[in-house]
Design a protein around this ligand. Structure first.
Ligand code: ATR
Length: 268
């Protein structure tokens, strides 16, 4: 029951109304008997959002598109892994000290590990915060990375940072990769018809992963399935990063099956 002792957690993003974060975190709080609620806030400004965390005593926050990088300048301490990645997706409020973490990196790589990343050519579409986390994890597994991105300057900067190749977005069709990972918001509802990688460049031996999970089957994964590729949807990464956030906030490991099922059964 919500009362005067209820603690507040939230997600900051824009857009954010599609987020399943409130659904899974609130279910996990209920399941673990924790007096807390989790809300979604669509904000314009990272600095003002962080100020709200301080002013209202918000206990923890998820940070999503487009604030994973800009939020870093406004918090008090950044975990070394998040610092190396250059993106924070989790804020923990420890008695007024705001600490930033990145739970995307491990969560992104985990579903790919069974396919063996070492020595494989991995094409990462995008160069934002999510791309940095994925790239960092793939590089740690000795994958041979190609970055492609709409804004060349950003893509080149990421490629340089992780010692990878950059291929401009208008040359994407020429990319030959074993694994393709979309880290952009392309294909996210309500613009679910948009595709982040040219279908003609997909071949049946590829593994194709999308970090977008609304819809579960993005236009990219639909095309990849039609080409006979192995596909990995964004839900496994989303649940894994959320479970790690929940543990950072509460010290308790949530039931990830419960989290996954509530998203899959959500018909809204
Ligand atoms: P996040 O921190 O969640 O990764 P971000 O830092 O804003 O969010 O990065 C978003 C990524 O998606 C970027 O690579 C962005 O491309 P630009 O660098 O050109 O901005 C990419 N992206 C978002 N919308 C896009 C679109 N409609 N077409 C192509 N790329 C897009």
């Amino acid at each position: 029951m919500i009362d005067a002792a209820t603690r507040l957690y939230c997600v900051f993003g824009n857009p954010v109304r599609h987020s399943k974060g409130p659904l899974i975190h609130n279910e996990a709080f209920k399941d673990k008997g924790i007096n807390a609620v989790y809300l979604a806030f669509e904000v314009q400004d990272a600095a003002k959002a962080v100020q709200a965390v301080r002013t209202l005593g918000i206990q923890g926050a998820s940070v999503t598109i487009p604030f994973k990088e800009s939020i870093m300048a406004h918090i008090d301490w950044i975990d070394p892994l998040a610092r190396a990645i250059g993106a924070v997706n989790t804020i923990v409020n420890e008695d007024g000290v705001l600490k930033g973490y990145n739970t995307d990196c491990q969560a992104a790589v985990a579903p790919l590990v069974p396919f063996g990343i070492s020595g494989k050519t991995v094409c990462i579409v995008g160069a934002g915060g999510a791309a940095r986390a994925v790239a960092h994890g793939i590089a740690a597994q000795n994958g041979d990375i190609i970055i492609t991105n709409r804004t060349e300057q950003k893509g080149l900067a990421l490629a340089e940072r992780i010692n990878a190749r950059f291929i401009p977005a208008d040359e994407m069709a020429t990319i030959q990769a074993d694994v393709v990972i979309n880290t952009t918001s392309i294909g996210m509802a309500p613009k679910a018809d948009k595709i982040s990688f040219p279908p003609d460049a997909l071949t049946s031996d590829m593994v194709v992963m999308d970090v977008v999970y609304t819809p579960l089957k993005t236009a990219l994964l639909e095309a990849a399935e039609q080409k006979g590729c192995t596909t990995i949807d964004g839900l496994s990464m989303f649940i894994a990063q959320a479970a790690a956030q929940f543990e950072l906030w509460t010290g308790i490991i949530p039931d990830t099956d419960l989290m996954r099922n509530i998203v899959i059964n959500d018909k809204r």
